[in-house]
Ligand binder design. Sequence first.
Ligand SMILES: C[S@@+](CC[C@H](N)C(=O)[O-])C[C@H]1O[C@@H](n2cnc3c(N)ncnc32)[C@H](O)[C@@H]1O
Length: 203
Amino acid sequence: MNRKQHWETVYETKDDLEVGWFQENPELSLKLVNKYSLIKAKPIIDVGGGNSFLTKLLYNQGYSNLTILDISAKALERSKNRFSESIEGISWVENNVLDFSSEAPYQTWHDRAVFHFLTMEEEINKYANIAAKNIIQGGFLILATFSLSGPENCSGLPISQYSEKKFCSIFNDKFSLIECFENVHITPSGYPQNFIWAVFKRK
Ligand SMILES: C[S@@+](CC[C@H](N)C(=O)[O-])C[C@H]1O[C@@H](n2cnc3c(N)ncnc32)[C@H](O)[C@@H]1O
């Protein structure tokens, strides 16, 4: 099964509370976006925004230029359904992040639990180049993946685990590390998952 088919099947067959990554309140993502995206009109992208509530909550806080990118049309449908009326200033883009390019770069690029699905060096480096190309100088890359003590797969797919050192070895060329820390996510069914978060500033 290819990557897109995998994710379409996930969202066709599972409700929000049946997927391990789901959070009704993505508290940490919100906190970091609030900390680094100080001007609410500047563009933000949520990569693999899928069924996340992040963009809806940011919209409610007054952020007015939001893009949700996801490989799955079904995931984007869920995201759209979070908004009751038709909304200006929000774009939903169905694409593989590895094929993504935008006309204008973003102030903030947020990715929770998407980058870690890339397991081949070539794809990992491609992602880093795409992120660098699509973030303005001085803009921020907020990344969350499973840590070295986290699970070895996610949604039944193998993932790459990260440490601060490993993040830096990939992103240091075009970004400076601002902060990095670990955090435990409790899945809707009650299991702990160790994540590592990094915030990089585009050089
Ligand atoms: C584990 S979920 C995380 C969802 C969300 N970021 C969150 O924190 O709740 C991964 C999401 O990324 C999407 N995805 C996976 N691989 C992708 C890719 N290569 N390009 C774009 N989206 C992708 C999936 O459809 C899914 O919605």
